[in-house]
Design a protein around this ligand. Structure first.
Ligand SMILES: [Zn+2]
Length: 398
C-alpha cells in the first residue's frame, strides 16, 4: 500500500482508450506510436490513475438541510432517522421523480466527480425502497452512465433500510428484495453488485444473509455496509465472498486478522465521519498493518457525506486516520479498483489498462492530500476522452 512506482519526468502513451506504454518522456518519445500522437503537456504536474470512487449513493433529488440543522442542534443519526428524516426523507423525492430527472442528477454528480479526478464510480440505488423505485433508480444510473465517458458500476441497495410500508413486517420486505428486486436486476443486467446495510435499525445479520445468498444465486457480486454504528461479527458475511465490506468503524481485532486472509477489501469512508462530526474514525492503521487491503471512497450521499471529492477524502484519511499520502493514493486508486473487482482494467497506469488519468496542478503527489477545500485537478481522461474542469487547465495541445 505504500508503493506508488513514481516516474519522474514520465509520459503515458495512449491509443484507442487504452494505455499503450508508460515510462520516462525519453523512453516514450522513442516509441513508434508516439511519433504520430497528439500531446497533452503536463509538465510540472502530477499525473495519476483516475480515482476509483467505489462507494456512492447518487440517486436522490434534494439535499437534506433540515436533518443537517437538526444534527447541528445535537440530534444523532439514529434520532433523526426515527423522526422521519435520514434515508426515508429522500424516499419521497425519488419515488415522485421521473427516471429522466433522477438520471440528470446522477449525471451532474458524475461530472462533479470527474472534475475532481474520479474516472470510475460505483453507484448505488437505495432511496426508492419499493420494487418500482429501486428499478427506476438503477435505470437512472444506466441512463446517466450512457452519457458519461467514465465507468459506472451499478449496485442494487434495496436493502438500505426497511421501506415504511413494511415497518411491521420487515421479513416480507426482505422476501420482496430476494424474490423480486434481485432476480429482475440480474435478468435486466441493471446491477453488478447487491449491497445491504447490516446494522441496528436497518437489517439484521440473518436478513442480510438471506439477501446476499439471493445475490450469489443470481450471479451478482456482493458487498455490505457493516460496523458503521455498532460492532458486528463479519464471518457470517465473509461466507458470501464480498468484494468489499464498507465503513468498518467498529470492526474487531479478531475480524481484522481474519479479513487479512481473504480477498475482501475494507472500504473506509472518512467523509461520513467528518460530516457527522464524529470524534472517532475507522481504524485504518490496524487494518493496513494487519495486511488488509484498504480502499477509500466518498460515500457521496445527501445524509452523511455530500461530497463528490476524492481529494477531500485523501485529506481526511491522512489527518484523521493517520494514513500516509502514499497509502491514501493507493487506497483511492488501485484498491478502489479491487473493491469493484476491476483491478485488471482500472486503478493503475499500466499497458493494456483503460486510459483513465487524472492531472493535478501540483508538483508533488503529497499535495493532493495536503491542500483541502480547493480543487487542484486540472483535467481527467476518461478512457482517453478529455474532461476539463474549472481549475487551471493542463495544456491540451491537439
Ligand atoms: Zn453508503
Amino acid at each position: 500500500m505504500r508503493e506508488l512506482g513514481i516516474i519522474e519526468d514520465g509520459s503515458v502513451l495512449i491509443a484507442g482508450g487504452k494505455v499503450v506504454a508508460v515510462g520516462t518522456t525519453d523512453e516514450i518519445a522513442r516509441n513508434k506510436v508516439a511519433k504520430k500522437a497528439d500531446e497533452i503537456d503536463c509538465r510540472g504536474m502530477v499525473v495519476l490513475p483516475g480515482f476509483v470512487d467505489s462507494h456512492t449513493h447518487p440517486v436522490f433529488t434534494a439535499p437534506r438541510l433540515v436533518d443537517f440543522e437538526k444534527r447541528m442542534a445535537g440530534a444523532t443519526y439514529e434520532e433523526i432517522a426515527e423522526a422521519g428524516g435520514g434515508i426515508r426523507a429522500s424516499l419521497r423525492g425519488v419515488r415522485d421523480s421521473s427516471r429522466e430527472k433522477l438520471a440528470e442528477h446522477v449525471r451532474s454528480a458524475l461530472e462533479e466527480m470527474a472534475a475532481q479526478g474520479t474516472t470510475t464510480v460505483e453507484c448505488k440505488s437505495g432511496y426508492g425502497l419499493s420494487f418500482a423505485g429501486e428499478m427506476k433508480s438503477l435505470e437512472a444510473i444506466r441512463e446517466a452512465a450512457r452519457h458519461w465517458a467514465g465507468t459506472v458500476v451499478p449496485t442494487l441497495l434495496g436493502a438500505h433500510v426497511v421501506a415504511p410500508e413494511y415497518r411491521d413486517n420487515p421479513d416480507e420486505y426482505v422476501r420482496m428484495i430476494c424474490e423480486d428486486m434481485i432476480p429482475t436486476a440480474a435478468k435486466l443486467k441493471l446491477a453488478a453488485f447487491v449491497d445491504v446495510f447490516c446494522e441496528r435499525g436497518a437489517f439484521t445479520m440473518q436478513q442480510s444473509r438471506r439477501i446476499l445468498r439471493s445475490a450469489v444465486e443470481h450471479n451478482l457480486g456482493v458487498r455490505a455496509h457493516v460496523c458503521q454504528l455498532t460492532p458486528e461479527k463479519l464471518a457470517p458475511l465473509a461466507e458470501f465472498h464480498p468484494a468489499s465490506l464498507d465503513h468498518m468503524d467498529f470492526v474487531s481485532d479478531e475480524d481484522i486478522s481474519a479479513l487479512a486472509k481473504l480477498d475482501t477489501v475494507a472500504t473506509l469512508l472518512p467523509a461520513a465521519n467528518y460530516f457527522l462530526g464524529l470524534a472517532t474514525f475507522p481504524p485504518a492503521h490496524k487494518l493496513i498493518d494487519s495486511g488488509v487491503a484498504v480502499a477509500l471512497a466518498t460515500d457521496y450521499n445527501p445524509g452523511t457525506a455530500p461530497t463528490p471529492s476524492m481529494p477531500f477524502v485523501l485529506s481526511a484519511a491522512c489527518t484523521h486516520m493517520k494514513m500516509s499520502p502514499a497509502e491514501a493514493v493507493v487506497a483511492a486508486t488501485y484498491n478502489g479498483a479491487c473493491a469493484l473487482r476491476l483491478q485488471g482494467r482500472k486503478g493503475s497506469l499500466e499497458p493494456g489498462k483503460d486510459a483513465d488519468i487524472a492531472i493535478f496542478d501540483a508538483s508533488d503527489y503529497r499535495e493532493l492530500a495536503y491542500w483541502f477545500g480547493v480543487n487542484r485537478c486540472s483535467g481527467t481522461l476518461l478512457s482517453g476522452t478529455p474532461h476539463s474542469s474549472t481549475a487551471r487547465p493542463a495544456e491540451f495541445s491537439r
